[in-house]
Design a protein around this ligand. Structure first.
Ligand code: GRF
Length: 205
């Protein structure tokens, strides 16, 4: 059975969606580690409640990206993590981690990449940019993590209509619901080894 490592930075509703999918038997895997980028976030409470080993690894506690990466890798190895999920995680993973887990790290982003993504586009800033631009459709994307920000090969996408009466909160809520479906769906495909990557193209078999 594969061990999943989940990285969070906040409320952990996407973490909870994966916990629930495993509990329901939709995904046959175990969450062997939760890593948060900061203390005191509700996502850690969720891990605690479900008896999942957790740790806080804050970038600010390390002198450079290299030592930050080593601390992460050490813990991933200790917990025998096979696959990594970034679920609302706000740090950029160091190169050493991305390379070691090439095509084994997935991230969920609350827009239809390549729109409204990259440096500075996270959380409600994404939805504000969507509303400011006036697009009629947004959505969620699950993609492989590479050295860039939100630039890895795309696994799954699901669109969400932008309504005239939407504000950031109503839009964020509707997109988050889609994330809670899309991320476990992508993780299931990864766990069952049904994802082929050919350059930028991802083929689901
Ligand atoms: C949300 O903005 C979500 O769109 C993004 O990360 C943020 C927090 O999600 N993926 P979570 O509740 O911590 O999973």
């Amino acid at each position: 059975m594969k061990n999943i490592g989940i990285f969070i930075s906040g409320g952990g509703s996407n973490l909870q969606a994966i916990i629930d999918a495993i509990a329901k038997g939709d995904i046959t895997a175990r969450i062997s580690l939760v890593i948060s980028s900061r203390e005191g976030v509700y996502g850690l409470e969720r891990a605690r409640k479900h008896g999942i080993p957790y740790a806080v690894i804050s970038r600010g506690d390390y002198k450079d990206s290299n030592s930050f990466g080593n601390a992460i890798l050490e813990l991933l190895e200790k917990r025998r993590v096979d696959l990594v999920v970034l679920a609302g995680y706000l740090n950029i993973l160091p190169k050493a981690v991305v390379e070691k887990y090439k095509n084994r790290i997935i991230n969920v982003h609350p827009s239809l990449i390549p729109a409204f993504c990259g440096k500075g586009y996270y959380g409600n800033r994404v939805h504000q940019a969507v509303l400011d631009y006036g697009v009629k459709v947004t959505g969620a994307t699950v993609h492989f993590v590479d050295e860039g920000t939100d630039t890895g090969p795309i696994i799954l996408q699901q669109s969400v209509e932008v309504l005239p009466e939407d504000d950031v909160n109503t839009l964020a809520e509707r997109v988050l619901k889609v994330e809670h479906q899309l991320l476990p769906k992508a993780l299931k495909l990864l766990v069952e080894d049904r994802i082929l990557v050919d350059e930028r193209r991802v083929i689901i078999r």
